[in-house]
Design a binder for this molecule. Structure first.
Ligand SMILES: CC(C)(COP(=O)(O)OP(=O)(O)OC[C@H]1O[C@@H](n2cnc3c(N)ncnc32)[C@H](O)[C@@H]1OP(=O)(O)O)[C@@H](O)C(=O)NCCC(=O)NCCS
Length: 314
């Protein structure tokens, strides 16, 4: 088995592995990974995707890639096929990750590395990260079966109304996100939340790019103060499969919390998706974010997987 630079290969070499990966994403997460796979293959053909491939008898059976975002490196994906006469997948995952981590840590100007490995059960691929001084945060992948979630929206704060997301919410949403995550564990995991420009980049990735499904404005909502018309909270939802929604963001300004606004935002999204015959709604949440986890459990979400987020600051 050899580990080689991903840029030696083309989409023809990588496609069979990504077909396998699409099957695994569908089975484990109810996500259609097809759009992301197409994007990865386009970048591979353009020779602009940094990463590594594991080769056995001339065939790619594992890969990992990363992206540079200013002084940060983000590990985008890690996938190794399993079965037949292939080498032990965990060993190959460790070797691919070790190459990726070393490359990022030695890249001039890179001061931070983030990774969220949604498809890998917590604890399974920790070793290469822990050896290189990363911190680790457990995150939950939660799923709600929409036909079972029949709770009506609770009465919200008397001064607040919930209305559909609009393009004009974009700038104020970045400000709400930055305030909502100040001192929050999630801004340790994702440093974009710490600044207004970072939150705008986060929104841009979610709303304008198909990295995490396709943004679905119809099931995304804003909580607005009735008198001042200012934004106090929001929920953003993407379509990750034809009948599956995924909450990419939900937050409420600190001074408006504990009045049922978070619950009303989630109820608005679930009601919209149910009406459009979606069957599932998923989200991810940091295990230490106990208030949010409690809220999701109360609304009928089940924890389907526990995975790790890793962060390194150089
Ligand atoms: C998670 C979050 C969106 C919840 O928003 P919220 O508006 O406070 O949520 P709700 O008010 O609907 O429910 C939260 C709590 O308020 C309670 N509550 C609801 N209505 C209430 C009312 N009228 N009076 C008092 N308490 C009330 C709920 O019972 C719940 O309490 P519990 O968690 O102890 O059971 C908010 O805390 C937040 O923005 N956190 C930071 C960002 C974040 O973590 N987002 C989630 C990432 S996955």
């Amino acid at each position: 088995m050899e580990i080689l630079d991903l840029r030696h290969f083309s989409s023809v070499d990588l496609r069979p592995l990504l077909e396998d990966e699409i099957g695994v994403w569908s089975r484990l997460l109810s996500w259609d990974y097809g759009g992301s796979a197409d994007m990865i293959l386009r970048y591979v053909d353009a020779k602009i995707l940094p990463g590594y491939a594991a080769i056995d008898r001339g065939r790619i059976f594992g890969y990992a890639f990363f992206v540079y975002e200013g002084s940060k490196g983000v590990i985008g994906d890690l996938f190794v096929a399993n079965g037949g006469r292939l080498p032990d997948p965990h060993d190959v995952e460790s070797r691919l990750l070790t190459h990726v981590i070393e490359t990022l840590q030695q890249s001039p100007g890179i001061r931070r590395v983030e990774a969220q490995l949604l498809m890998h059960e917590a604890g399974v691929v920790t070793q290469p990260f822990m050896q290189q001084g990363f911190s680790r945060h457990a995150r939950l992948f939660m799923l709600l079966t929409l036909e079972k979630a029949s709770k009506p929206a609770p009465p919200s704060h008397a001064d607040i109304e919930i209305r559909q997301w609009s393009e004009q919410d974009y700038q104020p949403a970045a400000a709400v996100i930055t305030t909502a995550y100040r001192g929050h564990v999630d801004s340790e995991i994702n440093d974009q939340y710490r600044t207004l420009s970072g939150s705008l980049r986060f929104l841009n990735n979610i709303v304008r790019f198909p990295g995490c499904g396709t943004f679905d404005p119809e099931s995304s909502f804003a909580a607005v103060h009735k008198r001042t018309r200012t934004l106090v909270g929001l929920i953003l939802c993407s379509r990750v499969r034809q009948d599956v929604g995924h909450v990419t963001q939900v937050c409420v300004l600190p001074e408006y919390r504990s009045h049922g606004i978070g619950e009303s935002l989630l109820a608005a999204t679930t009601a919209n998706l149910r009406q459009r015959k979606f069957s599932l709604l998923s989200l991810t949440v940091t295990e230490a974010n106990a208030r949010a986890v409690e809220l999701y459990l109360r609304l009928g979400f089940d924890t389907k997987r526990v995975f790790d987020a890793f962060v390194w600051e150089g």
